[in-house]
Design a binder for this molecule. Structure first.
Ligand code: 3PG
Length: 203
């Protein structure tokens, strides 16, 4: 799968923070059941790598690592079975390592210089982060104009209320957000319902 395939699998990529390993599988099951198979597990908690391993056992789940900020994180994420990686920003060492390891990579960008650094590396698919704080849809529209070959996944402040607007902009293939995967004990029926609503954003 390429990063483009991953971005086109579902309209929303859940941004997941797992505090308790017990939550991992039920959360993955509920999200997949609701129609969101692409799961971004952030490397922000001690159990994140084990959560990636556990979630990868759920049928239909395509699990990746988020908050990957350097080559060491990348190696651990790949070792845990991540099928893609997401980073909040783009550095040359991380970009080169992801390309070398041939792992689908979605790096964060917030300005034209970031995009140009990505293009230099051969990357064209980016996370626009932090989407709302960096200026929202008007900012992405302005930024996307000179870079017609690029596609985006806005993340950061995206919600059920504003996701449809982002998705209506052609260069946006999907959005990322934590609203579909609340932290804490997992209410599978509720998460499945949140996933269903998110999945229906693109009819
Ligand atoms: C993050 O890295 O936490 C993501 O940007 C998620 O942002 P959100 O919580 O605003 O969806």
């Amino acid at each position: 799968m390429t990063i483009a395939d991953i971005m086109q699998t579902a309209p929303v990529i859940p941004v997941i923070v797992v505090d308790d390993l017990e939550h991992a599988k039920p959360l993955a099951r509920a999200l997949v059941a609701g129609g969101l198979p692409i799961l971004e597990v952030t490397l922000r908690t001690p159990v994140a790598l084990d959560a990636i391993r556990a979630m990868s056992e759920v049928e239909g789940a395509i699990v990746g690592a988020g908050t990957v900020t350097n080559e060491r994180d990348l190696a651990s994420a790949v070792d845990a079975g991540s099928q893609f990686i997401v980073s909040p920003g783009l550095t040359k060492p991380l970009g080169k390592a992801a390309i070398r390891d041939d792992i689908p990579f979605l790096p964060g960008i917030a300005n034209a210089g970031d995009i140009m650094r990505g293009l230099d590396l051969g990357l064209t698919h980016f996370k626009f982060f932090p989407a709302m704080a960096a200026g929202g849809l008007p900012a992405l529209k302005a930024l996307a104009a000179p870079f017609g070959q690029c596609r985006f996944c806005p993340t950061g402040g995206v919600s059920l209320d504003n996701a449809a607007e982002w998705l209506a902009f052609d260069p946006v293939l999907c959005v990322g957000g934590s609203w579909v995967a609340p932290r804490g004990a997992v209410d599978e029926a509720k998460v499945e319902q949140l996933a269903r609503e998110a999945c229906a954003l693109r009819g």
